[in-house]
Structure formats: C-alpha cells, structure tokens
Design a protein around this ligand. Structure first.
Ligand code: S3P
Length: 441
C-alpha cells in the first residue's frame, strides 16, 4: 500500500477455503438488542470492523457494559433500557448503526446528540426521523435531515407505518422505537427487506407477528410493553463480504474458492441468484441453521458469464452487492441492465456514479441512468477488461473492494484511493485475498 492507495494486478488463479467476516447487519443488531435487554448477551463471530466497533462504543455510552472476551467473542450486559449519554455519539461511517440506534434511543426519556464521518453527515436521516417524529420524538438537525443532530426521546405512541422506500434500516428503527411505545407498532413493507431485526427480537423473547400478503409485501406487528432478555447470538458470515472473493473467483481463470459459513437468508441472496442466472458455477454445501439464520458454504469456480437484466424487485435482497455485480458484468458477454436501484445514490457514496466512473476508467463501457446502471459487457465471456484505472472511492469501502477485485482479472493494474475505509466492513479483506493468491498491495 502506498500513500496514494492500493493496487490489484492480474496473477494466477485464486484457490482456497476461507471464512467471511461476521455479518455487519446482524452484528449491529446483536449489540443494540443486547444493550436494550435485561441481562447478559454473548455474541460469537461479531464483525470487528469500524462500523460495528462504533456501535459497541455507542452502547457503552447508552449505559450497557460491553466487553470483548476474545476474537469475535463479545459480552453485552444490558440494563433493560438506555440512559442518557454524556457526550456526542459518533457512529463513524455507519448508516445502519446511527439509524437503528436513533430508533432505539427514541423510546427513552433522554436527549442524545449523534454525528458521523463526512459521508454519514451527508446522508439523509429524514427517512428515520419522519416516523420517529410521528411516534412523538423530536430533534434539531442540519438542513435536509443531516447529522449532527440532537434527538429527544420518550413518551412515544405506537405507529402504523408504510415504508415509502424499501429500507430495513427504517423498518428496524421504527420497530426498536416501538419496543418502548404505548400502543401497537405496525410496519408495512411493500417490498420485503432483510428481516434480521424481526428474527433477533424473537431470539430476545419478543413477540413479533409477520404476515406475508402474496405479492403485497409484509406486515410486521409488535405489541407494546415487551421486555427483552439477553440471549446468545451466533453471527454468520456476511454474504455482502463473501461476494468479493466469490466474484474474484468467477472472473479469474482457473480459480476455485470456497467461503464457509455464509449467511444464506433468502432476503440477502439476490446476488447469488443473479450470478447463477449469468452462468456462474456456484455450489452450496453444509446447509444448516446457525443463530436462527440459514447458513452454508459457497464454492465459486471460474465461469464464462453472460449479461442479464436484473429484475428491479430483486434490489432489496442485493442492495449492497450492485458494485461487485457491476464488476462481474464487465467480464460477461453482452449487457447487464441494473434498474430500480435509485437507493444506491444515498449509500456510503453515490454508488451508481462512482461505479460508472470507476468502470469507465478501466475501459468498460457503461451507461448511467437516474436509477440504473447498464454495463455493456465484453464481446465474449471472460475477455479481460483493460483495467489500468485510478479509481476515486469517496471513502466507500465497497467501491474500493469492487475495483480491486476487477484489477485481479484485468489487463492493467487498478488502484484505489482511501483503502483504509475497507476496514469499516471487511478489515481482513487484503489478507484474505492475498491468501487466495490475489496480487494486491
Ligand atoms: C442494512 C440495510 C440496507 C443496507 C445496509 C444494511 C441493515 O440499507 O444497504 O448496508 O442492516 O438494515 P437500507 O435500509 O438503507 O436499504
């Protein structure tokens, strides 16, 4: 790694068996529910990335005892509620962290100030503040619902809320606030989003009723006055992180990589379904349940890929995976059309714009749409792309990892700026990729 960044170059095949780091979504939730609960929660496999460590620090600030017992092993002792933090809560780069914690905090009679890094301070919080306001919380924030903000909680009413955009963060914030509201809280999601909050609330002893209206999304009901009790949580491997070595294997000739213990919750596996439609040789073994979630080992072998149209309704189940899908698409024969992905413009960066720019800098023909990205693809499957780009990531971990994966199979080395941000979600990325034979440095 140089001061200017980090580069990836084409080398031999990628081979090996690895484990993905703990799932980020589940890691945040385990800490937050542990802090809200009465008693001890022990967590195995927690992601020790910066985003999650910020949530751990925040839970201490709200009054829980949070200790690391060993690598990935954490104990949270909750007081059955939050107390007022003595200082500003800094959630770093983590949208999930700040939005879920604001929801949980809104249920208590306290004032709490929240901030984050330059990316998080630019992201919209209105989507969470609006329903929390309807429940009775109040706040002062910067223009456009931006951080820093000061939230005042307590005295909440239950709410019936139909999500205007498919967002598990908003759903989760409302449900966590609803734990301490008077009256029932109901969230209706027209498109199903990841359901880790619902599953984990049950593991902590809450009654959560979910009804699925075929074709018309889900309704989640939470009765008032429920108490959470500490629970033991096993965090499975993050499919959003497993996606990087898996796609690297698919596009690098001669490769075979197995990622063990990957979360295979159907609300998170849209990328694997899409890659399979593209012709990817993906095999699943050891399918089992761990910590109330479906888990398995995923093996990817180098495969000739073809372009596909990704159904827009699949977006919530692969929302964080479009950057790495765009890389797979660059090596596929024919165009891949990704539409209905306007949400990507308000992630850690504007991911549509940055993928379009990064791929173009690597010689890949792309078309950007307001809520879509079309990658033209190669003339024949697995024809190496030119590469050679110097990619601006705006501090976005997934933009950085996606372009490094592209560099492993491109003709010219690809470099990214701000590689340190990779540690927000995947601190072992470089070691893992090098261990498989990837030339990154
Ligand atoms: C997450 C939900 C998604 C996803 C994020 C994690 C979660 O965000 O992009 O990385 O853990 O609930 P949205 O709720 O904004 O879609």
């Amino acid at each position: 790694m140089t001061a200017a960044g980090l580069s990836a170059r084409r080398g031999g095949p990628l081979k090996g068996v690895v484990r993905a780091p703990g799932d980020k979504s589940i890691s945040h939730r385990a800490l937050i529910l542990g802090a809200l609960a009465n008693g001890v929660t022990e967590i195995e496999g927690l992601l020790e990335g910066d985003d999650v460590l910020r949530t751990a620090a925040a839970m201490r600030a709200f009054g829980a005892a949070v200790e690391q017992l060993g690598p990935g092993r954490w104990r949270v002792t909750g007081q059955g509620g939050f107390s007022e933090p003595a200082d500003v809560v800094d959630c770093g780069n983590a949208g999930t962290g700040v939005r879920l914690i604001m929801g949980a905090a809104a249920g208590f009679d306290l004032a709490a100030a929240f901030t984050g890094d330059v990316s998080l301070r630019g992201r919209p919080m209105n989507r969470v503040l609006k329903p929390l306001g309807e429940m009775g919380a109040s706040w002062v924030c910067r223009a456009g619902g931006r951080l820093p903000l000061m939230l005042k909680g307590g005295g909440l009413r239950g709410l019936h809320y139909r999500l205007p955009e498919p967002s598990a963060q908003v759903k989760s914030a409302v449900l966590l606030a609803g734990l301490n509201a008077a009256g029932e809280t109901v969230v209706i999601e027209p498109e199903a989003t990841r359901d880790h909050t619902e599953r984990m609330l049950r593991a902590f002893g809450a009654r959560v009723e979910v009804t699925d209206a075929a074709g018309d999304g889900r309704t989640i009901r939470l009765a008032p006055g429920q108490k959470l009790t500490g629970a033991d949580i096993m965090v499975p491997g993050d499919p959003s992180s497993a996606a990087f070595p898996i796609v690297a294997a698919l596009i690098t000739p001669g490769s075979e990589v197995t990622v063990g213990g990957v979360l295979l919750n159907p609300l998170r596996t849209g990328l694997f379904a899409t890659l399979t439609e593209m012709g990817a040789d993906l095999r699943y073994a050891n399918l089992r349940e761990a910590g109330g979630e479906p888990v398995g080992d995923v093996t990817a072998r180098f495969s000739p890929l073809k372009g596909v149209d990704v159904p827009p309704e699949r977006a919530p189940s692969m929302i964080d995976e479009y950057p790495i899908l765009a890389v797979a698409a660059a090596f596929a024969e024919g165009p891949t059309r990704m539409r209905g992905i306007g949400e990507l413009r308000v992630k850690e960066s504007d991911r549509i714009a940055l993928m379009a720019a990064g791929l173009a800098a690597c010689g890949v023909a792309v078309e950007e749409e307001p809520a879509g990205l079309i990658v033209m693809g190669a003339q024949r499957a697995n024809h190496p792309v030119a590469g050679g780009g110097k990619v601006t990531t705006h501090g976005d971990h997934r933009i950085a990892m996606s372009h490094l994966v592209l560099g492993l199979a491109a003709e010219g080395a690809v470099s990214v700026d701000e590689p340190g941000m990779i540690a927000t979600s995947f601190p072992g990325f470089m070691d893992l990729m090098r261990g498989l034979g990837g030339d990154i440095g």
